[in-house]
Ligand binder design. Sequence first.
Ligand code: ADP
Length: 489
Amino acid sequence: MSKYILVIDEGTTSTRAMLFTPDGKCHDSAQLELTQYYPEPGYVEHDAEEIWQNSLSCIQDVIAKAGGGDKIISIGITNQRETIIFWDKRTGKPLTKAIVWQDRRTSDICNALKDAGHEDMIHERTGLRLDPYFSASKIGWALKNWPELKEAGDHLAVGTVESYLIFRLTGGLHISDATNASRTALMNIDSGEWDDELCDLFNVPKSILPQITDCVGDLGVCNTDVVGHAIKICGSAGDQQAATIGQACLKNGQSKATFGTGAFILTNTGTQSRRSKNRLLSTIVWQIDGQRHYALEGSIFVAGSLIQWLRDDVKLITAAKDSEEIARQLDNNGGVYIVPALSGLGAPHWKADAKAMICGLSFASSKDHIIRAALEAMAYQSYDLKAAFTDDGGEWSELRVDGGMVNNSWMVQYLADILNVKINRPDFVETTALGAAMLAAVGSGLYKDLKEAAVMIGDTTSFTCTMEDKERKIILEGWQKAVDFVVAD
Ligand code: ADP
């Protein structure tokens, strides 16, 4: 009878639990959708109790599918990053809603800190930008505006999603792995510690923060009263870092792009933490035995969420997958472009208050052109990042892609055409979960290191450029005009 690694993947829109065999095959899974709360324009919240209850339910479901807790070797966790949760240490219960990474409520705080000249120092220490995206300004805002947090006094605990999950699973261990900690803007990514000056700047007392740990090893044991089984937690990393590992981007220079709710492109830079000249981020991609490995990252805030918006709010499509056939049956975009700044613009522009735009419409335009423009926008946003990575010395010789959107083969081919690089798509696209399984496999001693654990990774399909340079140039001129307008507005 097989034994499995149980991966918990806490995405922005859903929780999944998956069972992996030690050779990397996904045996079974369970999934529950997560409610999104938009209490005001620019605000995005989650209910952390729902995150926990959904996780517990998915975990119990797959443990039953595995044939019992003794069939689980260990747990690996991966999660939406930067989202921040506030809870009471005594009960583990959330004190307020979680503030989600997409939330822009702290734009003014970040602008004021920028105006006061703090951005260079923050970039130097954390590798990040001064932007509401990262957790620090969100924590400072919540401590000031939510009285429940003051009332909790010494019982207040704060952490990212994996930190909360580990706290609930273990019944009280307050830790955060280095990849997640590196996204708070409170950690010095070279020393691997919380930074006193940054904590002061964002008004965050260090005492409420978790202890920073490696991504593999002994990350706690599930409390039998909670989960029913004393299963070890042996791996943890933020979703984009886990996907980088699950795509086997283990060597300096290897790159991956994940197209989920947002899109995130990471290039491994080895044990060197570089600083970008082009407003890319530096981030910890994993930490094992205290040794940190780094990546340059370009974050695009709106990717699949644009398709979701077209489906749920504008109602141009009934299912995300319908976008593929619609795009394919058009000869071209008819001059229609979408700049999808629905929650500001991320890298390389970093314009928190930018607003989205659809342009180039005429009576010849149909709703299909808008749908195609939405998919095309993924390629254009990636193209802008490619130029930034190249200038920072991280040129892509190939790009490995994953995430829900890459099920759309038309979009992947268009990406190859616009980027003019070979795109590799793994046949098993759940690379985020696979990366967490690889970390847990190393953490539980099944493999010596990530290089050995890479045997868990399966086959890929390649897409190569079929577009003429001349055509690409004309298309990109249209995009450039549109994005320049949004950035300048
Ligand atoms: P996350 O992990 O961020 O929650 P996923 O990686 O599961 O997201 O990707 C889901 C996103 O991908 C959704 O926003 C959905 O709109 C989009 N998506 C899924 N399938 C397709 C498709 N065939 N074409 C275009 N977009 C798609």
